[in-house]
Design a binder for this molecule. Structure first.
Ligand code: ADP
Ligand code: MG
Length: 161
């Protein structure tokens, strides 16, 4: 993992979808196969658009990226495999076992997880935790939570994620 360099670009403010996607592209240069990135944030915070930017940097057309809300996981065939997970509908960890989550969390690809608080207990120790928050209008704040302790994770849980 190359997480130390995430601090070069985060925290960051974005003021549009394009800026969030561009930030995703910059993040992608600091991510690699085997990384698990947990994307905390409310509905509409921009998690999927950040994934679109990361995917674009890895040669996956961003228009093919959408929240896998019903299928739980989308796989994209990029420079490295991308596993795009949306845990919103996961009610019980058993559902992740049935999905074969080990392949995604400990596999060959880059794993990006929306609504990670739903699967918090199963996230690998080395998961990279990012938080996206609405700042009014089209502005979003994207922060790297690792290093800031677990306060942010607890806040996310309290918000019902
Ligand atoms: P999430 O996956 O967190 O629910 P999405 O990326 O699917 O969020 O959607 C974000 C929504 O917010 C989209 O409708 C997008 O047009 C809008 N939006 C407005 N400003 C931004 C921004 N700065 N970054 C990302 N999305 C933004
Ligand atoms: Mg989404």
């Amino acid at each position: 993992m190359q997480t130390t360099t995430l601090a070069d670009i985060l925290p960051a403010d974005t003021a549009s979808v394009d800026e969030t996607m561009a930030l995703g592209e910059r993040l992608a240069a600091r991510l690699g196969a085997g990384d698990v990135v947990a994307l905390y944030g409310d509905l509409g915070a921009g998690k999927t658009h950040l994934v679109k930017g990361i995917a674009r940097a890895l040669d996956v057309p961003p228009e093919t990226v959408s929240s896998p809300t019903f299928t739980i996981v989308h796989e994209y065939d990029g420079v490295v495999p991308i596993y795009h997970m949306d845990a919103y509908r996961i009610e019980h960890p058993d559902e992740l076992y049935e999905l074969g989550y080990e392949e995604y969390f400990y596999g060959e690809g880059l794993c990006l997880v929306e609504w990670p608080a739903r699967v918090e207990a199963l996230l690998p120790d080395g998961a990279i935790r990012l938080r996206l928050t609405h700042q009014g209008g089209d502005r979003r704040l994207i922060e790297w939570m690792n290093g800031g302790g677990h306060r942010g994770v607890e806040e996310s849980k309290n918000r019902g994620q």
